[in-house]
Design a protein around this ligand. Sequence first.
Ligand code: G5P
Ligand code: MG
Length: 227
Amino acid sequence: MVLRSVFRAVIMGPPGSGKGTVSDRITKSFGLKHLSSGDILRSNIEAKTELGLLLKACIDQGQLVPDDVISRLILSNLRDIHTSWLLDGFPRTVTQAEALDGRYSVDVVINLNVPFATIQDRLTSRWVHLGSGRVYNTHFNPPAVQGVDDITGEALTQRDDDKPDTVARRLRAYEHQTQPVLEYYRSKGVLATFTGTETNKIWPHVLSFLSSRVPPPCDGQAAMGKA
Ligand code: G5P
Ligand code: MG
């Protein structure tokens, strides 16, 4: 039996920088399992779990949820994944990064460095499919039929935290609480920053960077390249 190493990646960037969009392309190209902290929280809200009800106000106001709660939630999800993974939206504070470090060593951190000025417009025209986390945008990547998910045919919704005031608060939280995490990973030598205003221009650089680093998936099925 040939044993292959597990590859562990994190994707970071301000709200609306394209983490979900790029994660989807990475998943299709490299077969990494995508875990988004925001998607997990939103599915708890949708399912009206105790945790979801407790955290909804916090998320709707554009504030980060408590470190211990999100760290426990993500680490318990990771425990069930035995293949290569990509974490999106976690860690978001140095405390969370230390909690992750205590359990796993991260191979690369992809940082999408998109200017704040580019972001506001993107979020107000975003539509999401709650079940899968698939993201659309009325200008950038519209669904085939307006308001409907391409794959399932289910209705798309807009996120409660995509209102302009809330987006401004999320950007402030990013600046004060999340940017220090970039320094944390830079000092560990795993940070790779990709700067730009368009995902389609950033993506080829991410693709080529990961192509030389991600080991082939165990079943060898995931196609490399086009997403
Ligand atoms: P989330 O869900 O992690 P954010 O704020 O980090 O939310 P968000 O909003 O999900 O990030 P994104 O994933 O970076 O953004 O971006 P995206 O969805 O791919 O793209 C945004 C839009 O732009 C889409 O409509 C897309 O189609 C479009 N787009 C992409 N590229 C382009 C382009 O080139 N051009 C154009 N025109 N459009 C483009 O977290 C939500 C909340 O959960 C809590 C917090 O309250 C947080 O605010 N939370 C945590 N709290 C504490 N700790 C954690 N670790 C937490 N994680 C989540
Ligand atoms: Mg996202």
